[in-house]
Design a protein around this ligand. Structure first.
Ligand code: HEC
Ligand code: HEC
Ligand code: HEC
Ligand code: HEC
Ligand code: HEC
Ligand code: HEC
Ligand code: HEC
Length: 317
């Protein structure tokens, strides 16, 4: 009898220990339930609401530009946010009150400016650089950080150690999203967007280059203390010389590979070892030992010829 009691307690304890860890991880995102109130409509192509006048449910299509992907949202840097941290709580009402349309919206600096926790990102310098870039000229009034940083999916790539391929794809999609989309472009400019393929027809293997380097390598001014340069220069100041990248002192070390250079100062053997793992850039990636061996072989051959010639002269004499 006593033994079976002990066994019972043991089993209960075992069950508890087994399940506790699972229940603890089940509720990672406390904001999920509250946000579901908004995702119910903004996360679907078709949403339903109750129409008081005709007293029944009505189905409608959601405007695709007002859709927010919940998967992307919970993967982003601001995944613990409630929608109503940035938007008015009055959005819980439907139909949404008309005057919410005029509501001013936070900027990154409103939350991140002067905050010690985010000092290493250097938000103030980023803002300065952004304000001197081509996107904030007098002609374009509504360009904000949000135009490049989707408020509902912003995430870190370089700093989170994503692969070079992912870093390049993410950053270039930011630029493509406008520079290959006349509608989005028109929101900001009276001009017609230029064709990227035509503007870059001087660059061979365009597709390969756009997969292997970011637009900002050539278009942004390098800034010593920023991990990601933010000053987009006028097009006539962009990098056009091949040797800026295809050389030993390649520009890529202070741009795309900057974080890798900071991580690993010296790796003997390869010149620009940080690049060679990812990519073979003609002129920029070489092997120290291979270079040395080829020089030695060249030297031995040369010495052989000289000695051989010398011996022949002596023997002839
Ligand atoms: C019943 C469906 C429904 C729910 C629930 C809903 N919305 Fe909306 N929302 C819409 C529709 C439809 C529009 C576009 C028409 C309009 O503005 O009313 C919209 C527009 C918006 C806009 C853009 C307004 C503008 O004109 O710029 C924002 C921002 C927004 N909703 C936020 C929210 C937030 C935050 C929540 C949750 C607290 C929420 N919505 C809940 C259906 C919904
Ligand atoms: C970190 C702040 C932030 C959070 C959190 C946030 N939003 Fe937004 N949202 C914005 C900003 C900023 C804009 C305006 C973007 C622009 O002007 O380019 C916006 C725009 C919108 C729009 C209108 C789209 C448009 O182009 O005007 C909708 C709809 C919307 N948000 C819904 C949501 C929903 C639903 C959630 C929660 C899942 C949410 N937002 C969470 C900052 C946020
Ligand atoms: C409404 C306030 C608010 C706004 C607006 C806002 N942020 Fe944040 N941001 C936060 C908070 C709070 C956190 C910390 C979130 C956490 O710890 O989960 C954060 C986190 C971050 C992080 C750190 C993420 C990480 O993984 O360490 C970065 C980077 C960031 N935000 C960039 C931005 C950028 C860029 C913008 C504008 C495009 C912006 N934020 C707008 C409040 C804001
Ligand atoms: C023209 C497009 C563009 C604009 C405008 C822009 N950014 Fe960025 N930003 C980028 C790209 C591309 C990245 C690289 C993303 C990555 O790899 O993490 C980035 C990265 C960042 C990062 C992460 C840097 C790090 O050290 O990890 C922060 C923080 C940031 N931006 C803040 C801002 C703020 C604040 C503004 C407005 C003052 C702004 N950005 C405007 C394109 C832009
Ligand atoms: C939200 C839309 C949008 C995004 C995102 C965007 N741009 Fe632009 N860009 C524009 C507009 C609008 C202009 C101004 C065109 C004009 O002169 O009317 C412009 C101008 C430029 C110019 C200047 C061209 C000249 O005439 O000198 C360059 C270079 C440029 N963008 C590069 C980039 C790069 C690189 C990125 C990504 C990091 C980027 N843009 C992201 C909309 C965008
Ligand atoms: C290898 C360097 C390099 C890369 C990578 C690059 N560009 Fe360029 N881009 C240039 C140069 C140089 C010019 C100026 C061409 C000229 O004037 O003949 C230019 C021109 C432009 C223009 C034309 C502005 C105008 O006059 O209308 C835009 C916009 C632009 N680039 C955007 C981008 C975008 C977006 C990407 C990424 C997909 C990108 N560039 C990638 C070097 C580059
Ligand atoms: C912003 C840096 C940058 C600039 C500027 C640049 N390149 Fe490249 N180039 C690269 C990278 C990175 C690769 C891809 C290497 C790989 O395959 O991984 C590449 C690849 C190439 C290739 C293909 C090699 C192969 O393996 O097929 C050729 C050819 C080339 N570049 C020529 C040029 C020429 C010519 C110019 C000047 C008009 C130029 N590049 C300017 C960075 C650059």
């Amino acid at each position: 009898m006593k033994f079976s009691k002990a066994l019972q307690y043991f089993l209960i304890l075992w069950l508890l220990l087994f399940f506790v860890p699972f229940s603890a991880t089940a509720d990672d995102f406390e904001n999920r339930d509250a946000n579901q109130k908004c995702f119910r409509c903004h996360g679907q192509t078709i949403y339903t609401y109750y129409n008081d006048w005709i007293e029944r449910d009505v189905k409608k299509m959601m405007n695709p530009f007002y859709m927010v992907d919940s998967g992307d949202f919970y993967k982003g840097s601001h995944n613990k946010f409630y929608c109503t941290d940035c938007h008015s709580a009055d959005y819980e009402e439907f139909p949404h009150p008309g005057d919410l349309r005029y509501e001013p919206i936070y900027t990154c600096i409103d939350c991140h400016g002067g905050e010690e926790k985010y000092e290493h990102f250097k938000f103030e310098i980023i803002e300065e650089e952004f304000l001197s870039s081509v996107h904030t000229s007098d002609k374009i009034e509504d360009f904000t950080c949000w135009k490049c940083h989707d408020p509902h999916s912003f995430s870190l790539n370089v700093r989170n150690g994503k692969s070079i391929r992912e870093i390049v794809a993410y950053a270039n999609n930011v630029c493509f999203s406008c520079h290959t989309n006349q509608n989005k472009f028109q929101l900001l400019s009276e001009n017609k967007k230029s064709e990227l393929i035509v503007q870059h027809d001087w660059l061979p293997n365009q597709g390969l280059h756009f997969n292997k380097v970011r637009c900002i390598e050539c278009h942004n001014q390098v800034h010593d203390s920023l991990l990601v340069a933010h000053n987009v220069l006028p097009a006539d100041q962009a990098v056009k010389k091949c040797a800026e990248c295809h050389s030993k002192n390649t520009l890529l070390l202070s741009t795309l590979y900057k974080h890798k250079v900071i991580e690993s100062r010296s790796e003997k053997g390869f010149v620009n070892a940080v690049i060679i793992n990812e990519s073979y850039v003609i002129g920029a990636t070489r092997n120290y030992w291979l270079n040395l061996i080829s020089i030695i072989i060249f030297g031995i051959t040369l010495a052989g010829i000289v000695i051989h010639g010398f011996l022949r002269i002596i023997i002839k004499k």
